[in-house]
Design a protein around this ligand. Structure first.
Ligand code: PMP
Length: 428
């Protein structure tokens, strides 16, 4: 559908801008203070994990399969925790390290390993000259921040409905300064799409020029379905095994959005040779991980089916929020032809595309009207070249708050779209 504001004559467009401005002013007068910025679970969701806190008390056995959780040791994580995270990721437990509470932290550790120590005996990247990292965009801002922190040039790669544009990726990995790619293969942050089988196969078939190139396969939303029928992601390690490759992918996962964000358990998986290589650096940076949290998790979730049952309960809280976003955006913007957005079947985000040049203005207008959004451009490494993408995070507010926030969002998006059309004609 075409942008309806472009079809209005000058007088009608000017009147429409005034009318939409009055709508926004009326909403601003309500003095709202709402937050749709970060993908935090709601209190209601987090409360569903409280029973995990009863899994341990002062009388509990603090051993797991003969391993002591109450002292130093067991550097790769408790056996049951490795088995749980391995079945979540679809890899053998021997190829998994469970450590800490943050997968982002493990990603940082892996980048640091390549940078300071070198991947599998390669020259440390810090001594190699200019470094590049591929960043499918829109994507996750904290990924981009990690490689930016180490001085990599973040190179945007367009996202398609099937995943990163693999023609572009295949071309770029011919450059030996390209050392990796950030991927969220299931319910991608922020688009919510799941990589197609074809994308996974092409990713696994990459022949990068740099031997120390790795795919950072951040499977943060592996079990985060909104509906009983979830998206299916091809297991990249199975594809790699089929090709007889022993290295290419570091996979990450955590229970941050399963149990308690910031206090879950996190894991990294890689080929046997790669995980041995990573452990060399992990052994220097920590004596062992926090195993009490691991014990609490495995006592509450003895297997992946227990996790899935829990996720179905969380989905009941989350699903109405996503459906409200879809309904509100359709009602508020569907007829304007000014915007498109994704309708994910899992994960935590919706990706919104407004007219070129609109995103930073919409975000700022929402802020002044009482609604905090993720900063415009955050979904891009560097600046969003079209200034059109906004990440919507519907999980944290209550349904009532979300409804009010979406009303503001739609009103602001309409006004900015009409203003841009008027400005393009020199009307303002
Ligand atoms: N990866 C992605 C794609 C995420 O969206 C998030 C959280 N928003 C994280 C990683 C962070 O996970 P953790 O808490 O395990 O560090």
């Amino acid at each position: 559908m075409d942008n309806v504001y472009l079809a209005l004559d000058d007088a009608a467009l000017a009147a429409e801008v005034d009318r939409l401005q009055a709508d926004v002013d009326a909403l601003a007068a309500k003095g709202l203070s709402l937050d749709m910025a970060r993908g935090k679970p709601s209190r209601e969701q987090v409360d569903l994990s409280r029973s995990m806190l009863d899994a341990l008390d002062s009388g509990s056995c603090l051993e797991d399969q003969g391993q002591d959780a109450a002292n130093y040791g067991v550097p790769d994580g408790l056996p049951s925790a490795r088995a749980l995270m391995a079945s979540l990721m679809g890899v053998p437990a021997s190829q998994v390290v469970v450590a800490g509470s943050s997968s982002l932290n493990l990603m940082f550790d892996c980048v640091a390993h390549g940078f300071v120590r070198g991947v599998r005996g390669a020259k440390p990247q810090c001594a190699q000259g200019p470094l590049r990292f591929l960043c499918p965009a829109p994507g996750y801002d904290r990924h981009f921040a990690v490689t930016e922190h180490f001085g990599f040039e973040n190179v945007p790669v367009p996202m398609t409905p099937e995943g990163p544009d693999m023609d572009v990726v295949e071309g770029l990995v011919a450059d030996p300064s390209v050392k990796g790619i950030w991927c969220v293969p299931k319910y991608q942050n922020p688009c919510g799409i799941t990589y197609s089988d074809e994308t996974v196969r092409r990713m696994a078939a990459l022949r990068p020029a740099a031997p120390d190139f790795r795919v950072y396969w951040d499977n943060a939303y592996a079990v985060h379905n909104l509906y009983d029928e979830g998206d299916e992601l091809l297991n990249i390690f199975d594809v790699l095994a089929g090709e007889g490759r022993d290295a290419l992918v570091y996979e990450f996962a955590s229970t941050s959005k399963v149990t308690f964000p910031g206090s879950g358990i996190a894991a990294v998986a890689a080929s046997p040779a790669d995980i041995a290589d990573l452990k060399g650096s992990f052994a220097v940076e920590r004596v062992c991980p926090d195993k009490m949290s691991q014990l609490m998790h495995v006592r509450s979730f003895p297997d992946v089916d227990a996790v899935r049952a829990h996720m179905a309960r969380l989905a009941e809280v989350l699903r109405p929020r996503f459906e409200l976003v879809e309904r509100r955006l359709s009602e508020g913007l569907g007829e304007t032809g000014c915007a498109t957005w994704t309708t994910p079947r899992g994960g935590y985000f919706v990706s919104f595309e407004g007219p070129e040049g609109s995103a930073s203005r919409i975000v700022e207008l929402c802020r002044r009207t009482g609604v905090t959004l993720t900063g415009a451009g955050a979904t891009w490494p560097g600046d969003d070249p079209r200034d059109s993408n906004i990440r919507i995070a519907p999980s944290y507010p209550t349904l009532e708050e979300l409804d009010a926030a979406l009303e503001v969002f739609c009103a602001c998006a309409r006004l900015v779209s009409a203003q841009l059309a008027a400005e393009a004609r020199g009307l303002r």
